[in-house]
Write a protein that binds this ligand. Sequence first.
Ligand code: V07
Length: 253
Amino acid sequence: MLKLLKNWMVKSKSTNNLDIKGGPIPHHIAIIMDGNGRWAKKRALPRSAGHHEGMKVVKKVTKLASQLGVGVLTVYAFSTENWKRPKDEVNYLMKLPEEFLNTFLPELIEENVQVRIMGDKSQLPEHTLKAVEKAVIETQHNTGLILNFALNYGSRYEILQAVENIIKDYKNNEIDGNINEELFSNYLMTQDLKDPDLLIRTSGEMRLSNFMLWQLAYSEFWFADVLWPDFNEDHLIEAIAEYQKRGRRFGGI
Ligand code: V07
């Protein structure tokens, strides 16, 4: 792992040369990949071109995160709100999981990456669902980085589903009335995953946009002033360096 990181540092054209080897690497990084449409608009390209470029960045960031020893990378690929976009754009977005997996899955498997999906799968087109489920099954025994795609995900929906399922299990006498944080967490779509240590949002927006509201309660937030297609390895290193500088106290002293 250290060798790979050293290689990256040699190859990097970075001028700030941040050294993150001495400090803790966040176990779980969550990313809101914002600014794809704006990136395309600036170049007089269709929005789809921005989404496509953004898809390639997911692969680049996954590779570096895996080499750094990050345990979980959760990326917000499609929100429950995104259905309101023009039909053509939604259709294009729903083809991206297949294209991503056709292009990159062999390499991800080589890197021992485990692919996961969280979100309301029942609304996804059949072709999208088929492709992602195949990738999830093919990588389920991989022991490296967990690449967790939030796909048709919304945090309020996730929380309401958790409440419904808790009530159902309570009525069936499968749980008692003692509802604590640990129990509640187990009903969320992140289930066995630890909460994110670091949230990154690109393109200068400073909102959560219905993303992991429960799970981000104690996370460090880092807002990058670049559009997602322009996000690169240097930015990830910078975010981790900043994370290492911050003291995390979980509300204690
Ligand atoms: C999408 C590219 C990244 C920027 C944000 C919006 C566009 C990768 C996936 C994906 C999803 C599931 C999966 C494998 C890949 C993806 C959508 C949009 C809908 F199993 N990128 N990406 N899915 N964008």
